[in-house]
Structures are given as C-alpha cells and as structure tokens.
Design a protein around this ligand. Structure first.
Ligand code: PGA
Length: 247
C-alpha cells in the first residue's frame, strides 16, 4: 500500500508559515508516498490553494459531528471539504484531554467526516500511567471498538497510534513496543471492520523526527507517520517524507 506522511500543525502557524509549504513542494514535487498537512482552520483554504495540482493533500484537525447548526466556534466536515480538505484528524489526544472528547464522540465525528467524503484520521493511544499499569493493549482495543465507525473502509479511514506520553516529549516507545501495538491494531481493526482493515494505513505518531523516522518506518504494520512538531518546518517534514519514501 502507498504510505502516508501526515503533518499536524496543531495551534501553530499564520500566513507567513505558508512559505514552508512552498519550500516543501519545491523540494518534493512527486514523493513516493502520500503527503498530508493539517494546518489550523484559518490557513486551510489558502494551503489547499497552494496544494492544488501538487502531491500535497490538506486536512482539518477536528470537525463537529453535525452537518450544520447552532454550534458556535465549531466546523463541520462539509465546511472542511468546501475549504479544500480531503482528510480530518479526529480524536487526537489533545482533543480527548483538552475537550474531554469520549470514544463515542470521536466515532460520531469520524462517521460525519466519512459521510461528507473525507478520510477520517482517527487517533488512539495510551497514557503513560496506562502503559506503566500494563494496560496498553486493553486501552487501544477499547479505543478501536469505541471510536472507529463499523463501516469504515481502506479508502475512508486512517488509524494513528500515538502514545500520549510520546507526543511532543522527544520520547518514543521502543521499536519492539511499536511493533507489538501495530500488529495488535491491525488484528483488532480486522475484527472491527473485516477484510478492509488490511488496506487501512496505520500511522505511528509521537516525537517522529528525521533522526528516528527510518527505524520506525521499518516496523511491520507502520504505514506512515502523524508528525506534530517536525511537520512545521519543510526541511524536517521533507526529510521524514524522504525516509518514508525509501521504507
Ligand atoms: P509530535 O506530535 O510529533 O510533536 O510529538 C505528534 C502528534 O501529536 O500528532
């Protein structure tokens, strides 16, 4: 399957930051993997315009579960499509923590995204306390059962495993730990959505950088990365895209 390098700019970036996209596209006009950047909503339409006709796809960082209505400050999946998005991240641990999003809410958002024609990038991952308690696989299994829509297909779902304690910390699980979780995710996803699971891209996320990318991308069932901090600079994200293209 074609691998996916996805970048999540989080609450970072203003108009000036779009020059990073110009630099990235100049350096990597036709990478051997898919490339996705999810900027803040304020930059989405302009980034989508820059990306038109290039190898870059753009996505949102969250969407509301409803198509429209009285939800001040929220953005619907259809609005993301209208702005030029092809994907949307749902259930990122920062949303689960900062906005107390539950598995059921994440599932509703993912389903709304898929109905609108977006690929839902569903995020799952254990906290440090859960890993220390030995419950990582239980947590991941429950998140897959609770936040992945049953009818998902390889075309409308990407699943990102992001250990909460590895996000923005510079710490990563061992290669063996990543391998264990990704093999488990593939099996549980198969139990949830059937044969389509074989074609769903499983991303690893959490402190991916140019220096550790190649090693992580060599792990079975790692089909790409969801990159936070290192996606903000074209030189770093470009190096990760290159590492993935070689994997
Ligand atoms: P990080 O973030 O690469 O900065 O650790 C990853 C993420 O939250 O998607």
């Amino acid at each position: 399957m074609r691998k996916l390098a996805a970048g999540n700019w989080k609450m970072n970036g203003t108009s000036d930051s779009l020059s990073e996209v110009v630099t990235l596209l100049a350096a990597l006009p036709s990478p051997a993997c898919d490339m996705l950047l999810c900027p803040p909503a304020t930059l989405l339409a302009r980034m989508a315009q820059l990306a038109q006709g290039t190898a870059l796809q753009v996505g949102g960082q969250d969407c509301h579960a409803h198509a429209a209505g009285a939800h001040t400050g929220d953005i619907s999946a259809a609005m993301l499509v209208d702005a030029g998005a092809s994907h949307v991240i749902v259930g990122h641990s920062e949303r689960r923590t900062d906005h107390h999003e539950t598995d059921a809410q994440v599932l509703a958002k993912a389903a709304a995204a898929q109905v609108a024609g977006l690929v839902a990038v569903v995020c799952i991952g254990e906290t440090e306390a859960q890993r220390d308690a030995g419950s990582t696989l239980d947590v991941i299994g429950a998140q897959i059962a609770g936040s992945v829509p049953e009818g998902s297909t390889a075309a409308n779902l990407v699943l990102a495993y992001e250990p909460v304690w590895a996000i923005g910390t510079g710490r990563t699980p061992t290669i063996a730990e990543i391998a264990e979780v990704h093999a488990f995710v593939r099996a549980r996803l198969t139990a949830r959505i059937g044969a389509q699971a074989a074609g769903v891209r499983l991303l690893y996320g959490g402190s991916v950088k140019p220096s550790n990318a190649a090693e992580i991308f060599a792990v079975p069932h790692v089909d790409g990365a969801l990159v936070g901090g290192a996606s903000l600079k074209a030189v770093d994200f470009g190096a990760i895209v290159k590492a993935l293209s070689l994997a």
